[in-house]
Structure formats: structure tokens, C-alpha cells
Design a protein around this ligand. Structure first.
Ligand code: CUA
Length: 374
């Protein structure tokens, strides 16, 4: 009896949670209302099956419960086959499965078939940061390959490919898009499996190394939306964030004009001229993904926080101590696996950096410290 009551309470509780809780999707910001419809259909079908099966189970547990008295000794009848019941089960299950799968397949077929005039945005995933590229004036993407990746060329574009020279390179985690214009996303990875996902757009796609995957959507709401990585891609995965700013076509065009072409990034030194070394370092820490693992507010992530790091005596895993100064930081950035700081796993990736970039990063870390050189 207790089990039957528990099952009924479970059903009522689940229904209450579904309808009363705020556990719903964020407001839709793209054309993919059909994604939400598909989700609703799936919820309804699985919900109906959940309720019916559990109530049936509760009824059976109650109906055929153990009883004292004249019923003692009753046994269930053995029935190896019931053709009619089996046909019913096969029929209902088949209809349920078709209804679960078919809407998703229909939506997916359109999801990977973009309109011809769509704006093409390339998304590049790398542990643990996002970068972006637009085609630029030529309207064509130049070739790319992970073996071309250097400090000055983090997207790995082919320097010899003339088509790619005017491609717009966004070496940072924020990209802008025009409102109400179809965008075709082509995505690739420089290392492992990632997944570019902006929840309000209801659009996402796995990014498999060695493949280019694609989908499309039309942003229908202006705003700044958070993009996240939706595949576990290493220790920095939870901090692999990006932003998509949706704005008017005019604002987007103005923003795009301020972004450098590939040719410009290859000509200019990797760090922005004019800014102080610490400010350059801050921009680098953003664009190179350092801040996925190192905070500047004292909170401990995968790696030590940079707040108060400079000038401190750091304890190594082998018990020795080392003063955190310029030389320490430089050698650590260059050879992350040479030493291990106590309490942290030796997982810092070696990132290609020019000497000037290392200097800028160290200047930024120094500015977050409390050491004598501060
Ligand atoms: Cu990239 Cu998770």
C-alpha cells in the first residue's frame, strides 16, 4: 500500500514541479520557435507515458496486494502469450517513438540548410576560448589549418592564401551580429571536441576536431547573450564563455569596420600599440583564455588566482618555495609543466606567445599583485 501511495505522490509531485517551478527555458531570441515546439512535444509524450505507467503500476500494486483470509494461497495465472496485448503494445510504442523522433528530424533538416543570403560567421573553439571570423570584402574564407597556429595567427589561417587576407579576425570571446538577418555558423576546433551554444537562440552544434560543422539561425532580439561550451573539453570547460551582441545592422557594420583583417593582424605586432603593458596584458589574458583558469578577484579556479600572486612566496608540490617575480612568471608561462604549484594539478597548457606578449602578461599579473615591484 505504501508503495502504491508513493508512486501516486511521485506522479503528482512531478506534475506539480513541471507546471509550478520556474524551470523553463529562457525567452526565445531567434527564429527557432520550432525547437521549443519539438521540446514541448517530447515533454508531453514522455510526460503522458510517465503518468500512465506509474499510475498503472500503483493500481496493480494495490489491486494484487497480499491479503490475509480466504484469498491466501492465490497464485497468478501463467500466460506465456497474449497476441492482442502484444499488438497493442507494439502499436502504441511505435506511434510514440515516431512522434518523438519525426518533429526533431524535420526541424533538423531545416536547421542545417541555411538561406542563400545568410551572413557567414566562423566560430573557432580552442581550450578554453572562442574566436570568430567573418569573410570581409572578398566574401570568401581563406584556408585554415591548425598547423598554421602561431602567437600572431591564433586562428591558424593560411598565410599564403590570398583569399583569406581580408578576412575579419576577432581574436576575443565577443562577437557582434546584426538583428533579423540569417546567420550561418561554420564551426571548427583547434584541438578537442567543443560545442558552441547560445541558449536563447536554441541553436548549438558539436565541433569535432578535423571537421567543419554548420547550422543557421536568425537573431530576433537585440541584446548581449552568453555563449557557452556544451561539451566537456577539459578542466577549463566551465569557464569557456563567449558573448554574442545582437544589434541593428548599422551598429553591426560600424563595429565590423573597427575589427582588423587577417593581413593587418599579421603585419601589426600581436599586442595593441599605445596601451600600457598591463592593459595589453589584460587584453591578452582575455583573448588567450587565461582567465578561464585564473581569476583576478582572489577566487580559486583551476589555477591560482592572480590577485596578490606577484611578490608572494609560492609553495611547490615538492615542498620547496619560490618567490613569484618576473623571472618566475616568465619561466612558468613558457614551460608550464616544469614546476608544479602545491594544491594545483599540472594541467596548464603551453600557449604560443611572442616575447612582448609574455612581458605584457607578466606586467598585468604584477599589477594584480601586492609585491614590492607593484
Ligand atoms: Cu570547450 Cu567545453
Amino acid at each position: 500500500m505504501l508503495i502504491a501511495v508513493t508512486l501516486v505522490v511521485l506522479v503528482i509531485g512531478s506534475l506539480w514541479f513541471h507546471f509550478a517551478s520556474p524551470w523553463w527555458t529562457t525567452p526565445l531570441a531567434s527564429n527557432w520557435q520550432r525547437m521549443d515546439d519539438t521540446l514541448t512535444i517530447t515533454f508531453a509524450i514522455t510526460g503522458i507515458f510517465f503518468v500512465v505507467i506509474n499510475l498503472f503500476l500503483a493500481y496493480m500494486v494495490w489491486r494484487f496486494r497480499h491479503r490475509e483470509g480466504p484469498h491466501v494461497g492465490h497464485r497468478a495465472a501463467y500466460q506465456p502469450h497474449n497476441k492482442k496485448l502484444e499488438w497493442w503494445l507494439i502499436g502504441v510504442t511505435s506511434v510514440g517513438i515516431v512522434a518523438l523522433l519525426a518533429p526533431g528530424l524535420l526541424v533538423y533538416a531545416d536547421y542545417v540548410r541555411p538561406p542563400h543570403d545568410a551572413l557567414v560567421l566562423e566560430v573557432i573553439g580552442q581550450q578554453w576560448q572562442w574566436r570568430f571570423r567573418f569573410a570581409g570584402a572578398s566574401a570568401k574564407f581563406g584556408g585554415s589549418d591548425p598547423r598554421f597556429v602561431t602567437a600572431a595567427n591564433p586562428l591558424g589561417l593560411d598565410p599564403a592564401d590570398a583569399t583569406g587576407q581580408d578576412n575579419i579576425v576577432i581574436d576575443g570571446n565577443e562577437v557582434h551580429l546584426p538583428l533579423n538577418r540569417a546567420v550561418r555558423v561554420v564551426a571548427r576546433s583547434n584541438d578537442v571536441l567543443h560545442d558552441f551554444f547560445v541558449p536563447p537562440f536554441r541553436a548549438r552544434m558539436n565541433i569535432v576536431p578535423g571537421m567543419v560543422s554548420s547550422f543557421w539561425f536568425t537573431p530576433t532580439l537585440a541584446g548581449r547573450f552568453e555563449a557557452m561550451c556544451a561539451q566537456l573539453c577539459g578542466v577549463g570547460h566551465p569557464n569557456m564563455h563567449g558573448y554574442v551582441v545582437v544589434e541593428s545592422e548599422a551598429a553591426f557594420d560600424a563595429w565590423l569596420k573597427t575589427q582588423p583583417t587577417f593581413a593587418m593582424t599579421m603585419r601589426a605586432p600581436a599586442t595593441a600599440g599605445g596601451a600600457s603593458p598591463a592593459a595589453q596584458g589584460e587584453a591578452l589574458a582575455q583573448s588567450k583564455g587565461c582567465l578561464a583558469c585564473h581569476s583576478v578577484d582572489g577566487s580559486v579556479r583551476v589555477g591560482p588566482s592572480w590577485k596578490g600572486l606577484f611578490g608572494k612566496n609560492e609553495t611547490m608540490a615538492d615542498g620547496s618555495t619560490a618567490l613569484v617575480d618576473d623571472a618566475y612568471l616568465k619561466s612558468f608561462i613558457r614551460e608550464p609543466s616544469a614546476r608544479v604549484v602545491k594544491g594545483f594539478a599540472p594541467i596548464m597548457p603551453k600557449i604560443e606567445l611572442a616575447d612582448a606578449e609574455v612581458d605584457a602578461l607578466v606586467a598585468y599579473i604584477r599589477s594584480q599583485g601586492k609585491g614590492p615591484a607593484n
